[in-house]
Design a protein around this ligand. Structure first.
Ligand code: CA
Length: 535
């Protein structure tokens, strides 16, 4: 704890004197208006990621700019206006390094970009253009393993006396995670093509710290999504979230904050809930709250508030300050609208849950228009559906993989014209989130509703109170009544006005800071979400 406090002090001091921070200057220093604009007027050290809405992009599938059928950095530049209109102010790019695979999670060179995606100059241009719009960019950092074709591993495997031999984990053991190499078996948790790096070797740590420094300082990214964070160091039979892994991340945190106090990391700890998130405090800035994501999606799918209310019980107990990343589904999971059997009304409710909740939300590209997709993985990472033209407007050439056939109906161009579309709801929700700070960092209280088909929360701060009310069911609900069990509101009569449309609800009477038996509307429409401001 003491270490943490010291670090926060150090962080504040560094922020206070950013221009004079004695770090090595990048070889080609590029002005960063976005960072300057946010750094100067800030009076409180609120981290930028607390106000961020992230957009997760699989570069290969987002937008092809040169007709080779593969998405690229220049394609993202062409779509920055779209990203801005969506209300995202940060991007997470899935791996951008050279790789033998289509997805890139087996890296060949940590200091280069995938030539299929463009040149390093193209990437720098994307950074500059994004920063000019106030959009931050983080990239996937694959620490746990390299490609088996990475020169380090090739050398390590070629010769048992290679200086890189001890960069990987060798044994005579056999079993699920062991793969036959030259002179022994090597450990690769995911598969033989991804040998795990040996973080008990300080040379490996030093190398990956240099990679981190390079991208933060020389290139200027704003942070990293850390792939497979929980798998970093094994301790015998314990292969996830080990003490050694936590110790490693503590040092890593100190390291990257010393390079750039404003750098952000979000760890992928697959399946983690709030309790595990507390274990990574002071080691990453955030981890993804998978428990909450399941709660969002399961409650909408199952038309019952039990999943989400259960997830809130754990999250509020363990991390009441919203310091985690939220999402519905990501590139490793079936797309949310497919989980919801193609029901667009349900997809809208899921969007409301995500974007009215605490935490830093991540939208997976295409989710905002209801792109479908079930595994295999390639099919949850298909080309973005921009319009009804050939190949969905993704490429003028032959796409690396065909877009989903739904693109003639489900696409950005069509939804932009339709005020009631899923896309326009996402835009409205991100705008609400930007305009009402209480939706980002206000407290959350789960309300009693007297009906498992009704979900209701109060977002509360000193300056603002917002009530979110959802009928999760496909039928109208008349039998419900809201209760606030904690004394947190000001006594008196509050007017209750919709932030989404012109709906006016019944006044709310507060006594002793609480209320009970409140029915804002006589009828809750099927699959309908209401967002009310109390005054
Ligand atoms: Ca291309």
């Amino acid at each position: 704890m003491k270490k943490l406090i010291t670090l926060f002090l150090l962080t504040s001091i560094l922020i206070g004197c950013t221009p004079a921070t004695p770090t090595t200057l990048p070889p080609t220093p590029e002005p960063d208006p976005a960072q300057e604009a946010t750094a100067a007027p800030e009076t409180e050290p609120a981290a930028w990621w607390r106000d961020a809405v992230f957009y997760e992009i699989f570069v290969r599938s987002f937008q092809d700019s040169d007709g080779d059928g593969i998405g690229d950095f220049n394609g993202i530049v062409q779509r920055l206006d779209y990203i801005q209109e969506l209300g995202a102010n940060a991007l997470w790019l899935m791996p951008i390094h050279p790789s033998p695979s289509y997805h890139g999670y087996d890296v060949l060179n940590y200091y280069a970009v995938n030539p299929e995606y463009g040149t390093m100059d193209d990437f720098r241009k994307l950074l500059t253009e994004a920063h000019e719009r106030g959009i931050r960019v983080i990239i996937d950092l694959v620490l746990n393993h390299t490609s088996s074709q990475h020169p380090f591993f090739v050398d390590a495997n070629r010769d048992v006396n290679s200086p890189y031999r001890d960069w990987y984990i060798w044994s005579n053991e056999t079993g699920n995670y062991w793969h036959q190499g030259n002179g022994g078996n090597y450990y690769g948790f995911f598969w033989g093509g991804m040998p795990d790096l040996n973080y008990r070797n300080p040379e490996v740590t030093a190398q990956m710290e240099e990679v981190t420094r390079y991208w933060l300082e020389d290139i200027g990214v704003d942070g990293f999504r850390i792939d497979a964070a929980k798998h970093l160091i094994e301790e015998g039979a314990k292969i996830e979230n080990t003490e050694a892994t936590h110790e490693w991340f503590k040092e890593f945190y100190t390291f990257y904050k010393s390079i750039e106090p404003d750098a952000y990391t979000v760890g992928e700890v697959y399946g983690a809930g709030a309790f595990l998130a507390t274990k990574y405090a002071g080691q990453t800035d955030h981890i993804f709250n998978f428990e909450l994501a399941s709660g969002f999606v399961n409650s909408v799918a199952g038309e019952s508030n039990t999943g989400i209310n259960g997830a809130w019980a754990f999250t509020l107990k363990d991390i009441s300050n919203g310091n985690y990343a939220t999402f519905l589904t990501n590139h490793d999971q079936n797309r949310v609208i497919s989980v919801l059997n193609g029901n667009e009304q349900k997809a809208k409710l899921a969007a409301v849950l995500l974007l009215t909740s605490p935490g830093t939300p991540f939208i997976y590209y295409g989710e905002e228009i209801g792109m479908q997709g079930r595994k295999p993985d390639e099919d949850i990472r298909l080309p973005m559906q921009w319009n009804a033209d050939v190949n969905a407007g993704f490429t003028t050439g032959t796409p690396w993989r065909m877009p989903d056939a739904s693109y003639t109906q489900v696409n950005v161009a069509a939804q932009e014209k339709d005020p009631g579309s899923l896309l326009n709801l996402y835009r409205m929700l991100t705008r609400l989130r930007a305009e009402h700070p209480v939706l980002r960092d206000g407290n959350l209280t789960v309300l009693e509703t007297g009906n498992s088909g009704v979900y209701a929360i109060l977002r509360h701060s000193d300056s603002e109170d917002v009530l979110i009310l959802i009928n999760l069911k496909g039928t109208p609900i008349f039998e419900y009544s809201l209760g606030l069990p904690d004394a947190i509101l000001a006594d008196g009569t509050h007017t209750v006005t919709s932030l989404l449309d012109t709906t006016q609800a019944n006044n709310l009477n507060i006594t002793g800071g609480m209320f009970t038996g409140y029915r804002p509307l006589a009828e809750l429409h099927p699959y309908q979400a209401y967002i009310f401001k109390l005054k």
